[in-house]
Design a protein around this ligand. Structure first.
Ligand SMILES: *Cc1c(COP(=O)(O)O)cnc(C)c1O
Length: 387
């Protein structure tokens, strides 16, 4: 074909990046259709081969770049993105569980993971059982012949217990059971999950990797090729693709993640140190403080902390009073999620969430953002006076 009509020319303009052009940024490849050079290579496609491009849903250079960087941060080999942290949890469950299997889930697990686990139990022929997050090596007594997966979370993102991951992994591996960790809190920076025995790492990139309170994304990271293949199969069957613009936003935020994480950590410890001595609260639930269950394990296994902590108000304060406290905060906004620049506060009814919860006061969780810590402390102080 020598001369194309204008309409065809509009469509068939071929693009490739100019030779000699260099930049720090990763191009955003928006693609559903990915081109094969001939029929033979189209027929030879293999969805599980991540060095090849097959179809936009399975990855473009943009997604593959983010996946490689996340695997590197975590000390893993293989990574799959998912459209949210919860979708990444779903990917793990579908990759490693089938009808007739049993899964153990910590009692303090991220709320939506619990709802999903219950749904797997009621509708999909899997049994989900909950265990005390501080169980450690005692998990061995709960493992059954059909137990395939143990979920862990470090710490529980509301009640903040730090579990003994190496002890849980040792007990699990002795019985051929896999351990998955929701490692969102440490962002892969403050806890070397694979070195502590974890088989599968899940991250909500919505938090520190994004850092902007504007992206939903998740990731599943593994080290073992056999496990990666199961994740890949589940991914392909579920079709959990991510938008390229969102992937770009995460790629753009990653270079500053460590600095942001350390700033959140330092600020949270300053605010928590002040808060800890206030007569209104009975416990400071921050892994770096001795009130927190698993504080000694945190000292042993972790190299830092995130910007998250919870406080327990004395039981003499009614829910009406603690709600008034949260409503009176001005810099701290009310809303879910964390890892962004803005500070947040959310009250939780722990007695409704956990059968085993013994403390009586109201729990309020704080996400410490990147504001000046003295302004944050002043805000909490004025709101406490409204209790
Ligand atoms: C936010 C969060 C998730 C879920 O991430 P989404 O992207 O909001 O679905 C999972 N686990 C933990 C610990 C989280 O904090």
């Amino acid at each position: 074909m020598t001369k194309k009509s204008p309409q065809t020319s509009l469509i068939h303009s071929e693009y490739s990046a100019p030779a000699g052009f260099g930049a720090f940024t990763v191009p955003i490849h928006h693609a559903s259709t990915v081109l094969f050079k001939d029929v033979a290579s189209m027929r030879a496609r293999n969805w599980l081969d991540k060095s090849a491009y097959n179809y936009g849903l399975h990855g473009t250079p943009t997604t593959f770049t983010l996946e490689a960087r996340l695997a590197q941060i975590e000390g893993g080999e293989y990574c799959r993105l998912a459209p949210s942290g919860l979708a990444a949890i779903t990917l793990v469950d579908f990759a490693f569980l089938k009808s007739g299997d049993d899964v153990l889930v910590p009692d303090n697990v991220y709320g939506s993971n619990r709802v999903l686990s219950d749904w797997l139990s009621t509708n999909f022929g899997i049994t989900s059982r909950y265990y005390d997050p501080m169980i450690g090596a005692g998990i061995a007594d709960l493992i059954q012949a059909n137990t395939k997966l143990i979920w862990t979370e470090a710490p529980g993102s509301v009640s903040m217990e730090i579990p003994d991951i190496p002890a849980i992994c040792a007990a699990a591996h002795a019985r051929g059971v896999l351990v998955a960790l929701d490692n969102t809190w440490s962002a892969g920076l403050a806890f070397r999950a694979f070195d502590h025995g974890v088989d599968i790492v899940m991250q909500a990139l919505t938090k520190y990797q994004s850092g902007g309170s504007d992206v939903l994304m998740g990731a599943v990271i593994t080290r073992d090729p056999a496990l990666a293949k199961l994740v890949e199969t589940a991914f392909n069957n579920l079709g959990l693709g991510v938008g390229m613009d969102d992937v770009y936003l995460v790629l753009r935020s990653l270079p500053t993640m460590k600095l942001r994480f350390e700033a959140h950590d330092a600020s949270a410890r300053i605010v928590a140190s002040w808060f800890k001595n206030r007569p209104e609260i009975t416990r400071m639930l921050h892994p770096a403080f001795s009130d927190c269950p698993g504080h000694e394990i945190w000292k042993r296994d972790f190299t830092g902390a995130a910007g998250l902590f919870s406080v327990l108000f004395d039981k003499r304060y009614s829910e009406e009073q603690t709600d008034r406290f949260v409503d009176s905060l001005k810099l701290f906004k009310i809303g879910f999620s964390w890892g962004g620049s803005n500070s947040l506060a959310v009250p939780y009814r722990m007695q409704n969430m956990r059968k085993d919860w013994k403390d009586q006061g109201i729990l309020v969780r704080f996400n410490i953002g990147l504001e000046d810590t003295q302004d944050l402390i002043a805000d909490i102080e004025q709101a406490l006076s409204r209790l």
